[in-house]
Structures are given as C-alpha cells and as structure tokens.
Design a protein. Structure first.
Length: 89
C-alpha cells in the first residue's frame, strides 16, 4: 500500500463499514468509489441513531432505526470513516 485510497481499493467487492455524519452507519458491499470517497454500496444495512430528551424525566432516550437497501450511492462529503473487512492473514 502506498496511498490511503489503496486500502479502499483492496476492499472492492467486500463488505465495509461506513460511519457518516448525523449518527448514520452503513454496512454493505463496496462496488465502486472515487477520489472524493463517493461510493456505491450494495446489500446495505443502514442504521440511524437518534437522541431525544424525555420531557417528564429529562432523561436521554436513544433510538436506533435500521433498514435494508439494495443499492445506495453515498456522497463522499458525509463520510467520516471507512473500515475495510477484517483480514486474518
């Protein structure tokens, strides 16, 4: 590996974890990417975490919503982190 995007290139056709802004997380198969980190993911599981305050008890309520998406275009400017698949060798 010589450049940071080499790590992404080695993850083509593998399942990756993508953390996005606004408490959004994606797990899916990486089909394509570019130098801006725009990505096309397939078989995606999207998890959105929301935080609310209970008005009666002032306690924070954390809710997670998950949905499955067949194919998804991710704009690079929302990407915070990309984690390649775990390789044991």
């Amino acid at each position: 590996m010589e450049e940071p995007l080499d790590l992404i290139r080695l993850s083509i056709d593998e399942r990756v974890y993508v953390k996005c802004r606004n408490d959004r997380e994606l797990r899916g198969k990486l089909h394509a990417y570019d130098q801006h980190l725009n990505m096309v993911l397939g078989d995606v599981e999207e998890t959105v975490t929301s935080h609310e305050i209970d008005e009666e008890t002032d306690e924070e309520i954390v809710k997670k919503a998950t949905r499955a998406v067949g194919m998804l275009f991710v704009r690079g400017d929302v990407v915070v982190l990309v984690s390649p698949p775990l390789r044991t060798s």
